[in-house]
Design a protein around this ligand. Sequence first.
Ligand code: UDX
Length: 429
Amino acid sequence: MKLTIIGTGYVGLVTGTCLAEKGHDVLCVDNDPAKIAMLQAGQIPIYEPGLEPLIRSNVAAGRLRFTTDTAEGVRHGHVVFIGVPTPPRADGSVDMRFVERVARDVASAMTEYRIIVDKSTVPVKTGFKVAESIKRYNKAGVDFDVISNPEFMREGCAVEDQMKPERIVIGVASQRPVATMQEVYAPFNAPIIVTDINSAELIKHASNSFLALKISYANALSALCEASHANIQQVVDGIGMDKRIGRAFLNAGLGYGGSCFPKDISAFIAIAQELGCDFRLLKEVQNINANQLQRFVKRIQDTLWVLQDKVIAVLGLAFKANTDDARCSPAVDLVLALQKEGAHIRAYDPQAMEKARPLLPNVTLCADPYEAVRGADAMIIATEWDEFKELDFGRIKPLMAHPTLFDGRNLLDPMTMKNLGFTYLSVGR
Ligand code: UDX
């Protein structure tokens, strides 16, 4: 089927590529000429495992193309996906200007029936607003359907999540677009749940909020474990074996970050507020998350006493492993908090250094972990990269001024580290 994706960020590019991989004829549109030129030249603007070869093979097969021309996109795709950013505003609510702009552009270019699919994460009731907007700006009076089809991709495994989705949510106002959408997603062999538009939009925010809630629950428990000398890992393993709870997203650490959870939780609180509902539970999720980082900083201070002029090596700047994304990264927030206390930071990340650089102008970025720990009074693991598990700690120890290690992701085994001669502190263990 001929499909168009508007927006070539994480969501749009991965969605478009995976739809092409499943045999569809996909045209990706972006209003950033530099990005489209890059993609047309075979270069990939983001780091996402598995994406590059998939883009190359689908471009070579003629199933995936790129353009800056929205009208060309609207002519091409029977189904037009909107995958543009929905950034937060200062008050936590969602800035809808990009979605609204695309709705207007699509409306003016539409000359025959189209299904317009909201892929971006949007507040409940957006579908109706998009439909209203299209109706207003579509001078030709062409028939169309707007549907909501939220994505559930995680950065770092977005391709896998998109190729093998656990469920596909399709929110519709009528039955008319359902068969076409079922055809679009048939090759994915995943359960399709058809809902009304508002419910589909709520499912997305509700999913991310629930996952953040699970993480905050584990983090709140980790404080209890520290106070009672229990072990958070054993506690979450124990409760996670109950199928009703599940073990996933119960890893205590520095708190959740990234471009989705912090923004989506704030947005969901603001959306609820606007609807007259005070979602206090989610406000507490946010409080626990902020407090978790502060608790970690306090433990570092308690151990090192004074941070002024201490050299601290921070391993990991990405908000989680397997991504180069440092937006809303707890690791970056941690560095800033330590710098505020006068510490000198030497940092290393396998992928996120370039993206973190502008966020951390006064940090010494190092070529490898061994360079980062040179002369350090302490080192911190701030992102759970596998490569940090494999470090040669026998080599690291003599490089440091003192072998103190704060493991913000519970990546290493406490006993092993102690036996290696490290003063080792982790989260809730
Ligand atoms: C998330 C959702 O998982 C995805 O479905 C949605 O489409 C976009 O938002 P992402 O932001 O890529 O994906 O990251 P995710 O893997 O969910 O992790 C979010 C944050 O939670 C990271 O900072 C991670 O380190 C943290 N986390 C995750 C924990 O602290 N503990 C856990 O147990 C799991």
